[in-house]
Design a protein around this ligand. Sequence first.
Ligand code: FES
Length: 115
Amino acid sequence: MNSNIVKERRIKDHPILGPLPNVPGVIITVDSKKIIGRRGEPILAALIASGFDSTRTTEKLTAPRGLFCGIGVCTDCLVTVDGMPNVRSCVTPVEEGLAIQTQSGRGKWVHEAKE
Ligand code: FES
C-alpha cells in the first residue's frame, strides 16, 4: 500500500452498534494527503478518522472549526470539494477520488485538473 496514506483511526467494534460493516475503502485526497474513506460515509467522518481536527478556519479570527452539529445545520464543517467551496462535510458522502481542501474563511473556487 502507498506509504503516503495516513493511517486511519476508527472504532472497529462499537459496544452498542456492533462491528463496523464491511464497506469498500476508497482513497480521497485532503490537502494533498491521501486518506482512506469508506464509500458513502460523511466526508467529515473520514477526516476525523484520519486525524483531522478541523475542517476550516474562520475569516476574521482564523479560529479552527470542525464537527459541531453533525447534521448539516451549523456550517462549522465547511470544506472545498473538487474545487467547490462551502460544502458541509458532515452531510456529504465520500466518493472515490474526491479532492478535498480544508478551507480558510469563506473559501474560494479552485479549478484544478483531476488526475
Ligand atoms: S457540523 Fe454542523 S453543518 Fe456540519
